[in-house]
Structure formats: structure tokens, C-alpha cells
Design a protein around this ligand. Sequence first.
Ligand code: ZN
Ligand code: ZN
Length: 337
Amino acid sequence: MRAIRFAESLSYDAAYSEPHPGNGECVVRVHLAGICATDHHIVRGYMGFSGVLGHEMVGTVVEGSEAWIGKRVAGEINCVCRRCDLCQAGLSSHCRERTVMGIAGRDGCFADLVTLPERNLHEVPETISDEEAVFIEPLAAAYQVIQQVPIEPRTRIAVVGSGRLGLLIAQVLATTGCKLEVVGRNPKTLLFCEKKRIQSKSVDEVRLKNDRDVVVECTGSPKGMGIALAMVRPRGTVVLKSTYAGKGTGARRHEGTEGGEEGGGDGVDLAPMVVNEVTLLGSRCGPFSEAINALARRAVEVSSMVARVFPIERGLEAFEASADPANIKVLLKINPR
Ligand SMILES: [Zn+2]
Ligand SMILES: [Zn+2]
């Protein structure tokens, strides 16, 4: 089968071996897949992963239990043991034995076929197109923020970072009616906010006055944390979505989030966190059901984020295109519906 794989370097393989489903697993024929920041970090050595990349997809089940065959699905990326202490404690996304699709110990979805445990699958309703469904995984990660932090209409909240994930988080936060502002660099993505009637500012113009109740940091750069700490109020909360996976941070084994610019988090001055008694909250994968509901009821709009779609054979070109900030989201077209 066709696949985009990473092993020291990124390559297109027209004859990668087809996957064999394990017990309780299904094979999904992938329609569309999304390239995200995490994929770029893996290519730079993050996670020490080798194999087929990709963890954002929509496809059709072609092998597995009768009940799933023919269904159009999106898939949760953490494949868990359900036996370890964390699984038993209801924290299965933190399973000690987990593999993660296209990120750790398991091939991903930039291929004709991918396997996933049946229990990871979510059927995609007909009202959601493939182009929208491919956003379910990152949108779920955006929903995780409001699962972790109570947000009310009077909550003053800033999203630092207007990349792919930042724009999804901003849209999710906007549904709560909170006092929201997005802080970013990319004029294209700030324009996207304006169209969605979400207040936004260039990072050079923003007030750093320690006056926000909550700041969500998703720049992927340690500098973003500095800005977040200058914006959050005393006793406020910073939600960290970036993974600064550089050398010397000891933070190489995280997955499923944006971020991870080279150079590490060593440069972040955390003193303001102590002085202002800030709560720091890490945030990774989130609830698929919330993301699917949001897309189905049109609470969040994602289609206009798609800048370019490449056939899988041109996957390397697609990777280059997705590194260009002018392209908010780049997709791989793998099989027709
Ligand atoms: Zn991702
Ligand atoms: Zn487990």
C-alpha cells in the first residue's frame, strides 16, 4: 500500500506492507488525513518515532467486527491496555503501556490502511463532511481545555498562538461566551479570527498587564510561555498546549499536542509563576464526542482552515506546504469516499 513514512528521513513508499489487525482491532481505509505540528516535530526527531506518520484522519472500516464494517469513522489515537493502574483509575489516555497512532509504537494514517482498536473508533454522522471530520482529533484536543478549566461568560481569557490548534481552541472558547482574545503573529490567521468575530491582536500590540483569568499557550515556543505569564492575573491559570521538546528539557515523551520548537524550554523564566501564584495546567488529547457534536451542530467551522489538499503521492510536498504559515491546514487525499 501507499504510505508516508519516517525513518531518519521522510519518504513516500508505494509498496509499504499492509497492516494486520490485532485482536479487537479494525482496519480503516483512509480517505483524508491532516498534517499537524506534531508530525513536523517527529520529523525533527521528537518521540524517537519511526514508521508511518499521521494521527488525524477520516476513513471507512474495511476489516474487523461485522458491526463496524462499512462505517465512516474517526479514531482516537491512544491505544491503551485497560489493565495498568492508570487505566484502572479511569485515566486511560495516560496508560503506561499505550501506543499512539503515528506517534509512538504504532503506524499512523498517512497510508491507504491503518489499524485501530475498535473501541477507539467513532462513527462520523452524515452531516459532517470528510473535510470537516479530519479535524475531529485536533478539535477534541481543543475541547479538552474547557473540560479542564471552568469557563464562564465573565472569564477573561487569552489564547496565545494563532496556529492550527490556537484557532480551534479560540472557536471552542468562543462558544462559551467568555471575554476572549487571540494573540498571534500570522496576519492570515488573525484575519481568520476577525471573520469569526473573535477579537485578536498581534503579539506586538498586546497588553501584558497580568489581567487575564486564563491564558491558553499554544505557540509551540518557549517565548509563548513568557507572554502567557505576563498576561495571566495573579492566581490565574495558564493552560499549556505546547510541548517544548528540545534538548535538555527532559520532555521528549509527550504526544498529541502542538508545539515543540527546537531549543527547548530552558529559556523560560518561571519566576512570575511563583510570584503571581499561577496555576499551570498541561493539556493534551480530548473528548471526540464533544468535537463530533460541535461539528454536527455547526458550533465550530473548520473547512475554511483547509489551505491545500495533496494526493498521498505528493506527501513530501504537502509537508513542505504545511510548514508555511500561509497555509493554515494541509490535508492528504488518500482514497475516495
Ligand atoms: Zn495533531
Ligand atoms: Zn493501561
